[in-house]
Design a protein around this ligand. Sequence first.
Ligand SMILES: [Zn+2]
Length: 248
Amino acid sequence: MTLSSWYRIRTLDDGVSRILEAHVAADWRCNIWHVRGRDRDLIIDTGLGLRPIAKDIMMLAERPVIALCTHSHHDHAGGLCQFKTRLGHAAEADIFANPTREATVAHLLEPRTVKKLPYDGFDVADWCYQPAPLTETVDDGDVIDLGDRVFQVLHFPGHSPGSIALWEAATGVIFTGDTLYDGTLYDHLYHSVPEQLCESLRRLRQMPVSRVHAGHFSSFGRDRMQTVIDEYLDGKRSMLCPGQMGGD
Ligand SMILES: [Zn+2]
């Protein structure tokens, strides 16, 4: 077994790269997004973080990096502790700083979800990510400036109380975390509020989005975004509707 390629990176056509954890199940791993900026780079979500990301993705070791987590769940915030600058929403600051398996929903992990041993002693049955206290909290309307690309924070509670998205008005690109992806939406976790998720998705539906880079699975355009939102608002795509999952 080689661990030299725990992470795989693919650059998309809008200057955005998608990093995946190669040995985490495709229906479980999140998308780790990398945006290269003139003055600094942005990482949106950090995966389970079972191996050092900057070892595989060398440019992360060479450039100033802001890491932002769309929320504190284990599949998004596991690698956050590896970064010096750590942003997230205040509503989940306590979870980032004092993660537990229950609060990060890591207790839902199954043996099948991690396909190779990342390090000696790893056990999916008791793993939890390392504390990653936020160095700065962000809220709706805050701006993250990479020098030549500017992103606005949107607070989209529902999936979790501190779920956020990042919106680039100049291009219409949005990073939605687990608020929206093309799959079954997890709306009944312990701190989910489905009514809030509906409200957040109605707000998102009105936006002049050109491209959705979601928390899981493939990216998609505005028409697909509206279809997926409409299907959710029609009562489909909830985690309470069995038999649905996303594609990759
Ligand atoms: Zn989540």
